[in-house]
Design a protein around this ligand. Structure first.
Ligand SMILES: NC(=O)C1=CN([C@@H]2O[C@H](COP(=O)(O)OP(=O)(O)OC[C@H]3O[C@@H](n4cnc5c(N)ncnc54)[C@H](OP(=O)(O)O)[C@@H]3O)[C@@H](O)[C@H]2O)[C@@H](O)CC1
Ligand SMILES: [K+]
Length: 493
């Protein structure tokens, strides 16, 4: 199994279909899925403990019947509640139900008294509408009982593609999913309802999923570790890349300095801050290892970038919104360097994503780092972004329009590439929601791109490193700490 691949619901269904077509009966896949659930349940139950299994009308319920049979065989006391009449089950789910010879009661009659565990096999990836009525009432009852819940595939009520709650959802202590995680396991609010997630190999070959487009991943080091820049023994500072960060005016220079420091800490050999003349003294008073150059106009930026040692430019933090900023972005892009655009650079192109895409295509590589508000402003009139069915599809469409790698920041940050790859961050911390934190992220991406790391991988690595540093640091974190704590996280890789 490719552990960082994730599968959209349609791709999971297609992988299932192709595997069955290649000669593996669907019942074999379901048997393996149910066995994986039973195994996880054993670890959560006392010997001969009572387990309540909630089964829905589709194949998720089928997995529940398989687990019920296996746990009953092992001597656990099984109570199985089924949503709807047994005769309405069909296909593999009906076959799984036939193999279970214990009593089946109506879901409405289920109570959790003395149960050590509830197995939630109501709905998986086949959820198509909001939960209501008897099933919603049952979910509320189980949630209130406080009994640990093991979710089969995904907590019932969570949309597998978007992570959204459809009406209500049953929070789980553990989730056992099959072949690969789905986007809904990583996206909020779904992620918070899954508990610990484990993936069971049910025999869907990796190769079956290799060609799926778009290609989705969990943003974990396995995705980008091999492309992370590592200095060679005969290196010198300019071989490690030289990043240029543009500073804002006198009263807003801090953001650019935070970015510059992030770029230096992540390994850029040299970092220069390009500062308006009026702000040179302020910047000079705060800088040591970072160099300083005056720059007030697009022409001056062009002259500065005639120095071929500059490999990446960051523009936006604290820079100001307007025509002057647009002109600077165009001047930077024209020089064909790596380009990272954030904050004011993005807002300066509000409603003009296609224009920005044209500008960005001149850069060697371009990464945009919008938070939710910037994303909304930039793509307000762009087709297929605001009306996308979920955040990863919105991110991919956005990347296509701006012809850049886009980092859609949030509690479940998505990195999307115009080549059809997208990665979702699985783990972060709310402590990162602090002033200047985004500026440091901009700096980390810039530093990695300056060292020649490919844009998608650089963006993914930066997002992960930024989050990991926040997690490790924890309470009390301020933006300045991020760069200082980064070496510890880099060492761990
Ligand atoms: N793919 C694989 O490789 C493997 C998949 N496996 C398992 O199969 C699961 C997917 O199975 P699935 O496709 O049968 O969908 P599932 O989630 O059981 O629900 C569909 C049923 O629910 C109904 N329904 C939907 N929404 C509803 C609502 N709001 N309220 C009420 N009813 C609602 C819907 O009815 P309909 O919309 O047709 O009216 C239909 O009857 C997957 O999660 C995994 O556990 C494993 O066995 C291993 C191999
Ligand atoms: K479920």
């Amino acid at each position: 199994m490719n552990h960082h691949r994730i599968l959209a619901v349609a791709h999971m269904r297609e992988a299932d279909r192709l595997t069955i077509a290649s000669g593996v009966p669907g019942m074999v896949l379901m048997e393996r899925a149910g066995a994986g659930v039973a195994q996880a349940a054993r670890a959560m139950l006392a010997p001969t403990g009572r387990v309540v299994i909630l089964c829905g009308p589709g194949n998720n319920g089928g997995d529940g019947f398989i687990a019920a049979r296996r746990l009953a065989e092992d001597g656990y006391r099984v109570t199985l509640g089924l949503l709807g009449p047994r005769e309405r089950l069909s296909g593999d789910a009906a076959a799984a139900a036939r193999l279970y010879d214990g009593p089946v009661i109506a879901l409405e009659d289920i109570t959790c008294d003395e149960a050590g565990l509830v197995i939630d096999a109501l709905f998986g990836t086949g959820l198509t509408r909001d939960l209501e009525g008897a099933v919603a009432a049952c979910i509320a009852r189980v949630a209130r009982s406080g009994v640990p819940v093991l979710a089969v595939d995904i907590p019932s009520g969570i949309d597998g593609d978007s992570g959204a709650i459809r009406g209500v959802a049953l929070p789980a202590t553990r989730t056992v999913t099959f072949a690969a995680r789905k986007p809904g396991h990583l996206l909020l609010p779904g992620r918070d309802l899954c508990g610990a997630i484990s993936v069971v190999d049910i025999g869907i070959p990796d190769a079956t999923c290799d060609g799926f487009a778009p290609a989705l991943f969990a943003n974990e080091p396995a995705l980008w570790r091999d492309t992370l820049p590592r200095p060679e023994s005969d290196t010198h500072k300019y071989k490690r890349g030289h990043a240029l960060v543009l500073s804002g005016e006198m009263h807003r220079t801090g953001a650019a300095r935070l970015a510059a420091r992030g770029a230096l800490r992540v390994g850029a050999g040299a970092v220069t801050l390009a500062s308006p003349r009026a702000a040179l003294a302020v910047n000079a008073a705060h800088l040591t290892a970072i160099m300083l150059a005056p720059c007030d106009t697009p022409e001056e930026l062009g002259v500065l970038l005639e120095d071929r040692r500059f490999t990446a430019v960051a523009l936006g933090p604290g820079y100001g919104v307007g025509e002057a900023t647009r002109a600077m972005v165009k001047a930077a892009a024209r020089t064909g360097r790596g380009l990272v655009l954030d904050a004011d650079a993005l807002t300066s192109f509000a409603g003009e994503a296609y224009t920005l895409g044209m500008v960005a295509s001149a850069a060697r590589a371009c990464v945009l780092t919008p938070h939710e508000g910037e994303m909304r402003r930039l793509f307000e009139s762009a087709e297929g972004v605001r009306d996308a069915p979920n955040r990863w599809q919105a991110a991919l469409r956005a990347a296509e329009i701006v012809r850049s790698v886009v980092i859609c920041k949030g509690g479940d940050t998505i990195v999307a590439s115009p080549d059809g790859r997208a990665a979702i961050l699985a783990e972060t911390t709310p402590y990162l929601a602090t002033a200047g934190s985004g500026d440091v992220l901009t700096g980390i991406v810039t530093g990695l791109i300056a060292q020649g790391m490919p844009a998608f991988e650089a963006a993914c690595a930066a997002v992960w490193l930024h989050a990991r540093t926040g997690i490790v640091y924890g309470p009390g974190l301020i933006a300045e700490d991020l760069s200082e704590a980064l070496p510890g996280v880099l060492r761990g890789l």
